[in-house]
Design a protein around this ligand. Structure first.
Ligand SMILES: Nc1nc2c(c(=O)[nH]1)N[C@H]1C(S)=C(S)[C@@H](COP(=O)(O)OP(=O)(O)OC[C@H]3O[C@@H](n4cnc5c(=O)[nH]c(N)nc54)[C@H](O)[C@@H]3O)O[C@H]1N2
Ligand SMILES: Nc1nc2c(c(=O)[nH]1)N[C@H]1C(S)=C(S)[C@@H](COP(=O)(O)OP(=O)(O)OC[C@H]3O[C@@H](n4cnc5c(=O)[nH]c(N)nc54)[C@H](O)[C@@H]3O)O[C@H]1N2
Ligand code: SF4
Ligand SMILES: [Mo]
Length: 695
């Protein structure tokens, strides 16, 4: 028997991007484990990816190309050859391209975060084709815009410093479920005496384990941050020297913050005013004593109308108290802009035609698939090529998304591991390899290491890496540019820009051997300012925002759907619904892995005892959750983990694995955020009623 250990990287859309070791026995991957030597992974994988071999060798893996034989959405397919599949696709794309290349749309997100299988050959292909460009907004673009206006990019604290913080605000995130290697640091900080504060409308697994939990109504965090600024200024808990040297617009900010006495925010957020006072005193008072105060900001709070502004307001706080002076102080939302990715080499935007093709927002795919041709929109979408994504389950206002994909005249190709809700609508379904079967190179958004993923096993069945599939399609389309012949290895070797000092030591051969290498980035990156904003300062006042029609100062933008902002709607639908990640799923990935689905059980809806009582709902009842956009059913869990006025449906379920064939996105809306054109998944009003007799 031959046994070997392969260095790999977890491909999932998770901040932790773990370094993995794969045990391969006689060509079969038998075990994956976390690399004990990698500082952030520390030998630990989450429960989901510890089961990666179960997923890879799952009996339902797609192993050969297929053609749809049933109705769209029905999920009936028959096996065809690669030749036939590729010829069919190329013929259809050629025919459309001859008339209107923009009628073709790629649809992908972060099913894999790999820089090669994620978006390299595919981007080259669609650029060369002149297809519509996809605006990739479904997750993070509101917060990205907010933090970029303020700090200059998605940059901030290093996760490896958090254990030395004295106060950690865990704001809009549930790291026990979604960022466990940060949580390990936060727990260490707690052992060393730190106070952990969760700011989350829901008493999540994480909030339960923090000393302090503040539960604002969804979409109101910007007001909370403004009141914190008010108190910091009122009580002079400020670092005047840091403000004078490294920030822009403090005088204007002061005027704005004075409009936000804590009482005003308390009413908007639905929290006691004392909690806001306590929070600001803890944060500012601790910083005052010279100790590090840190904020782990996460994307949960920016899935609402004012999400970009909320992130911006919170990103201003560290500069006010001089927290950036310390390596364990500041804020981290995402580390992704710390990586000098060589997008030019990977994706070859120079292949785009002279006139830039239109942008189609992935967060409004429902409406856009149903839109006819028009001078504003351009041609109707005639073909969608889906890879690394499952829009029928994850995109907002799912009834419209499904209706769009059900269009008889739409040509849909899906590259997948499994027959997902989206795959059911494919005309041609292509089997893709998993991380164990292909090569890739990774950055991360929650740490500062570059990682290599070496293939551990041969592709299962006839599956192929995304790159191969697009190479083959490029050849059939007659694209003869050299870049379509590059191997995955050659692509990976160009992933990071070595002219940038942060990645000057990037060496693909070395990375493949050793698995991971940290970027060269100073601790306490903003101790002396040097923000990547136009002014080089933390911009409390942001001229670019004014130029783009936004308030240049921190402000509060209320949710679209709340009792305060839309009382008429709230009379019919009085409860706010959020649908954040379930611990055992990763977005909609892993929902079909039996052991993980069994742990989650079935779709649940957490609701407060008061809200349940007035509706005659008891714990364990089946309930129907509905609004004007749609309805789905779930099993009620009556619990004070949900604050009054809030219901929580942990997500993202495969629709077809729920008893009613639906999930929380039946009710979410396609309205977009204040900045970044992002979806508002957690800006939703609903009503809940007891469902009919047990199914
Ligand atoms: N296990 C698991 N891990 C994951 C994922 C997963 O699906 N499952 N998804 C991955 C992805 S794609 C991402 S983007 C990341 C981060 O994904 P996020 O969406 O940030 O998810 P969480 O970290 O779970 O944090 C969400 C928390 O924000 C809270 N929240 C909701 N609305 C508000 C609000 O208005 N204000 C505040 N303060 N809090 C609010 C929710 O109650 C929840 O506890 O996680 C990644 N990791
Ligand atoms: N209601 C609600 N909706 C949400 C959210 C929420 O919190 N609530 N969260 C939102 C967020 S933050 C995000 S990021 C999106 C995520 O949405 P998506 O990016 O669509 O994520 P997944 O649902 O995990 O689907 C990824 C798919 O890619 C496939 N895949 C993985 N690797 C490969 C590969 O190498 N090749 C190919 N061809 N396929 C591969 C997987 O099998 C999986 O089916 O969902 C959003 N939707
Ligand atoms: S999903 Fe996140 S925590 Fe789990 S193994 Fe992957 S990177 Fe690590
Ligand atoms: Mo995400």
């Amino acid at each position: 028997m031959t046994t070997k250990t392969i260095r790999a990287a977890c491909p999932h859309d998770c901040p932790d991007t773990c370094a993995m070791l794969v045990t391969v026995e006689n060509g079969v991957a038998t075990k994956v484990r976390g690399d004990p030597e990698h500082p952030t992974t520390a030998g630990v994988l989450c429960t989901k990816v510890a089961r990666y071999t179960e997923r890879t060798y799952h009996a339902d893996r797609l192993l050969h190309p297929m053609r749809r034989v049933g109705a769209k959405g029905e999920g009936r397919f028959e096996r065809i050859s690669w030749e036939e599949a590729l010829d069919t696709i190329a013929a259809r794309l050629k025919e459309i391209t001859a008339r209107a290349p923009e009628a073709i749309l790629p649809y992908n997100y972060a099913g894999t975060m790999g820089l090669v299988q994620g978006e390299s050959m595919s981007a080259r292909f669609f650029h060369r084709l002149g297809a519509s460009r996809l605006d990739r907004t479904i997750c993070a673009s509101a917060g990205a815009a907010g933090i970029t206006y303020t700090l200059g990019g998605k940059v901030g604290m290093d996760v490896e410093q958090f254990q030395d913080a004295q106060v950690i605000l865990i704001w809009g995130g549930n790291p026990i479920a979604s960022n466990v290697h940060f949580w390990m640091r936060a727990q260490e900080a707690k052992r060393r005496g730190a106070i952990l504060v969760a700011i989350d409308p829901y008493r999540s697994l994480t909030a339960e384990k923090c000393q302090i939990h503040i539960a604002p109504l969804p979409g109101t965090d910007a007001a909370l941050a403004l009141a914190m600024m008010h108190i910091l200024i009122r009580d002079d808990l400020l670092d005047h020297d840091y403000i004078a040297r490294h920030t822009l617009g403090f005088d204007e900010l002061k005027v704005r913050a004075m409009e936000w006495p804590p009482q005003r925010a308390a009413e908007i957020c639905g929290v006691p005013v004392e909690q806001i006072e306590q929070l600001a005193q803890l944060y500012g008072g601790t910083a005052r004593t010279g100790q590090p105060v840190a904020i782990r900001l996460n994307y949960g709070l920016q899935r609402v109308r004012g999400g970009g502004m909320a992130v911006r307001n919170i990103s201003c706080l560290p500069a006010l108290v001089g927290a950036w002076r310390h390596p364990a102080g500041g804020v981290q939302l995402s580390a992704s802009d710390s990586f000098p990715k060589n997008t030019q080499a990977l994706q070859r935007p120079d292949l785009l035609p002279g006139k830039l093709p239109r942008l189609v927002n992935m967060s409004t795919i429902g409406d856009d698939l149903l839109r006819p041709a028009s001078p504003e929109f351009g041609p109707q979408i005639e073909a969608v090529i889906v890879y690394n994504a499952n829009p029928v389950a994850v995109a907002p206002e799912s009834p419209k998304v499904a209706q769009g994909f059900a269009r008889e005249d739409l040509f849909t190709v899906v590259l997948e591991h499994f027959q997902t809700d989206t795959a059911d609508y494919a005309d041609i379904l292509l089997p893709a390899t998993t991380q164990l079967e292909h090569a890739d190179v990774h950055g991360a958004y929650g740490h500062l290491y570059m990682l290599a993923n070496n293939p551990a096993i041969e592709p299962l069945g006839e599956s192929k890496p995304n790159t191969d599939i697009f190479r083959l399609l490029a050849a059939r389309m007659g694209f003869d540019d050299d870049c379509f012949n590059e191997t995955d290895d050659e692509i990976a070797a160009q992933a990071f820009n070595r002219a940038d000092p942060r990645a000057a030591h990037f060496d693909w051969e070395e990375l493949k051997r050793n698995g991971w290498r940290k970027l060269a980035i100073a601790n306490a990156p903003f101790a002396n300012g040097n923000f990547a904003t136009p002014s080089g300062k933390c911009e409390f006042y942001c001229a670019r925002m004014l130029a783009e029609g936004l308030d240049p100062l921190p402000s509060y933008i209320p949710p679209y759907e709340s009792a305060a902002s839309n009382p008429e709607l709230a009379r019919r639908y009085p409860l706010a619904m959020i649908s954040p990640p379930a611990r055992n799923f990763l977005n909609s990935t892993f929902v079909n892995v039996q052991s993980l689905r069994s742990t989650e059980g079935e779709p649940h809806l957490d609701m407060h005892p008061q809200d349940a009582a007035v509706r005659g709902i008891a714990d364990g009842d089946r309930v129907r959750i509905h609004n004007d956009r749609g309805a789905f059913t779930a099993r009620a869990r009556v619990t004070d983990h949900a604050r009054p006025g809030l219901v929580v449906g942990l997500s993202i379920w495969w629709k077809k694995l729920a008893s009613d064939g639906k999930n929380a996105n039946e009710l979410t809306s396609q309205r977009l955020t204040d900045m970044g054109r992002a979806p508002t998944f957690y800006d939703v009003l609903v009503e809940v009623e007891k469902a009919g007799r047990e199914a």
